[in-house]
Design a binder for this molecule. Structure first.
Ligand code: PRX
Length: 674
């Protein structure tokens, strides 16, 4: 039955591919209307980019329903497109449809173009590349899916994946999707405690990891970290261990050699029919409390949004080699390394290394060797590389590149110009893409746009199709007109939006829907320029962004407060010219406690590394006996932010503080410490 459906789907897919291919390939960015969007013919009176955008927001069900039918393959077609209530935080898309995400990402391409390369694994050592075709990927996905089934993993179970980027890691994600298990990828740089917290919160009984990881020439003992985490999680039943280095690692009762187990399994596994609103994955991200949030994405809406945004933002064409250098442990890796590119049948690059290993030319060496057509990276890496000068870039041929992307944090003008002029030789559009773990895919982005629409440097500019941004003031009024700033909200639903937080729908509602009723609140601030373009001004909550990694200051405070000598701490983010932001901690000791400052600093730094990750370690720790608090006891972080960067001429109003003299004391302490 499913096979018959697959045949029908294949022929529909082939005709769509032919239709798209007939329009040919261009080396320049051009109007997607003629090349990429055959669906346009069914939208009345849509002949320009603006008309298509307007149509998408005015008729979202027609727009998304049409794309869902043409871009995805369904096992059971949907009859209803959206059923969302933003006042209640209740979101459903295509709710009576059924499909399988791994089928959409792998089988439909393996059936038509089996020998097309699906993944190019750029390993840590340069010149060590492994290619895997769609047919090979399908076999690998099926074998891992069968291992999971043999081990008793069933539809709806949560599988935690703690692996560096590799074809096996991607296949593990897709294997979960194939059998309807919910994956919970944890960035392989998180500590054992952070991993354990995420395993427990997601009630995960199964872990997939590798013996070791290799990054920047260094070996990371991944399995040891998992062993430590498993000791804290008695409910874990099994640990599947893949091979990366083959070095010997400790072995426990619950461990299973993944490759050995795969050898005993068939390379075909029937894809499970999944309801559109079944959970596809959960991904933990930081919020403004000490407890990370398990953001939940579901099947069809997420996949459609990742598929369509990849295609249009990056102008994906037949034969492209798509290079998103994010790790699969973050949402960018989920949407633009795995689901988006593969659903489009593209070749996706898996980058295992670092921007500076073995030298500062690593990215561009890879671009030349692999002939990347798109490069999607983080501003922090661009800022780092520009400091080493242009020669590392110019040494390599980058003429294959057509689109450059930026994600994760604001990109400053200097970095944007360097990316555009030096890396892209002034020829590639730079897309500064704004979005979040919660949005599932890109929301504000300079492309797609009309063929003559210019890109302004260093801002995401334009909402994607179907996205209606709104800027609200603190009285919940939407600000109309241009040159206005306020809270960055979205006023109508889109398919990629998160559905809930694992085990805490109340927190989901209170975080995203309660602050501005009827709107999704992103937590970011935003400015609409005089020309009507969107510019992100940074977080409005106690979340900071360190090298593109989201970090709740409360998470760091919770760890510092665990130190025996600490009474209270306040962590803020301060500007850093490479990392964007970096944590800085103000600490009050308990009455009667004295410490050796250097030793104390080392202990605190070690604790944070062990309990969270090295990126969360504060740049500075200042011992103080008071913090600037309002009369109601709220810490005025605005003042701490200024003091941390010695910007004491712009402290603003301090008269509302319970004890304004604290400020002078802190300033002189900071001077002494700098
Ligand atoms: O503050 C925004 C910032 O990163 C946050 C989302 O982080 P995360 O969920 O980890 O996802 C990162 C990858 C999508 C946002 O709330 N951010 C992301 N992209 C940009 C950005 N800030 C400014 N400009 C961007 N392009």
């Amino acid at each position: 039955m499913l096979r018959v459906a697959q045949k029908l789907i294949e022929s529909a897919y082939t005709s769509q591919s032919k239709l798209l291919a007939r329009h040919g390939r261009s080396t320049r960015y051009h109007s997607f209307l003629s090349t990429h969007m055959p669906e346009c013919s069914s939208f009345p009176n849509v002949k320009s980019h603006k008309e298509l955008y307007d149509y998408s927001v005015q008729h979202p069900d027609n727009f998304w329903g049409t794309l869902a039918s043409s871009r995805l393959e369904w096992i059971k077609p949907f009859s209803k497109v959206s059923n969302c209530n933003m006042n209640e935080g209740s979101i459903k898309w295509f709710e009576d449809g059924e499909l399988n995400v791994s089928y959409n990402c792998v089988d439909r391409h393996a059936n038509v173009t089996p020998s097309k390369v699906a993944l190019i694994w750029e390993k840590d050592e340069p010149n060590q590349v492994e290619k895997i075709t769609y047919k090979e990927l399908l076999a690998k996905v099926c074998q891992i899916a069968n291992v999971l089934k043999s081990q008793g993993v069933a539809k709806g179970d949560c599988v935690t994946i703690y692996m560096p980027v590799s074809p096996t890691a991607v296949a593990a994600m897709l294997a979960c999707a194939r059998i309807g298990a919910v994956h919970n990828v944890v960035f392989a740089g998180f500590s054992a405690e952070a991993l354990a917290q995420r395993i427990q919160s997601a009630s995960s009984e199964t872990i997939i990891t590798t013996d070791q990881a290799v990054r920047g020439g260094k070996i990371i003992p991944l399995k040891n970290v998992v062993d430590d985490a498993v000791k804290m999680c008695p409910t874990v039943k099994r640990v599947l261990v893949g091979t990366r280095t083959g070095n010997s690692v400790p072995w426990n009762d619950k461990d299973i050699n993944l490759e050995e187990a795969m050898k005993h399994e068939n390379d075909w596994c029937e894809p499970e029919a999944m309801n559109s609103e079944d959970w596809l994955f959960t991904l933990y991200t930081s919020g403004s409390t000490g407890k990370p949030k398990g953001i939940v994405h579901t099947q069809a809406g997420y996949l459609l949004y990742a598929t369509v945004t990849s295609k249009f933002v990056f102008d994906i064409q037949e034969g492209d080699i798509f290079g998103c250098v994010a790790d699969i442990g973050w949402i960018t890796g989920h949407s633009y390394v795995v689901y988006g590119p593969l659903s489009n049948g593209t070749t996706s690059v898996l980058f295992e290394s670092t921007p500076t290993y073995p030298d500062q030319g690593r990215y561009w060496d890879m671009v030349e060797r692999i002939k990347l057509t798109q490069f999607y990276g983080a501003p922090t890496a661009i800022r780092l590389l520009l400091k080493y000068g242009d020669s590392w870039v110019k040494k390599y041929d980058r003429s294959s590149l057509r689109v450059l992307g930026s994600v994760g944090e604001p990109i400053n003008h200097e970095a944007w110009e360097w990316y555009h002029n030096v890396v892209g030789n002034g020829k590639c559009p730079v897309v500064d893409t704004w979005w979040q773990t919660e949005t599932g895919g890109i929301m504000i982005t300079p492309r797609p746009s009309g063929p003559s629409d210019k890109i302004e440097p260093a801002m995401p500019m334009r909402p994607f199709f179907g996205v209606s941004p709104a800027i609200l003031d603190d009285k919940h009024n939407e600000l109309s007109g241009n040159d206005v700033s306020g809270a960055c909200c979205i006023k109508s639903p889109w398919p990629g939006m998160a559905r809930t937080i694992v085990g805490d729908h109340k927190r989901f509602f209170e975080t995203y829907y309660k602050p501005f009723p009827g709107h999704y609140f992103s937590g970011d601030g935003c400015h609409r320029t005089a020309s009507g373009y969107y510019q992100i001004t940074g977080r409005m909550d106690d979340v900071i962004n360190v090298s593109g990694h989201r970090l709740g200051t409360a998470e760091v405070e919770d760890v510092i407060d665990e130190h025996d000598a600490v009474a209270e701490s306040a962590v803020i983010g301060c500007a850093h010219d490479i990392k964007g932001e970096t944590p800085y901690a103000f600490v009050i000791l308990k009455e009667g406690h004295t410490v050796d400052e250097k030793e104390f600093g080392e202990q605190v730094r070690r604790m944070i590394k062990e309990k969270i990750s090295s990126f969360a370690v504060p740049e500075g720790i200042l011992l103080t006996d008071g913090l600037p608090k309002t009369r109601s006891g709220k810490i005025m972080r605005r003042i701490l932010r200024k003091i941390a960067v010695n910007d004491i001429d712009n402290l603003g109003d301090v008269s509302t503080l319970a004890d304004p003299s604290v400020v002078d004391k802190l300033i002189s302490l900071k001077r002494g410490a700098s």
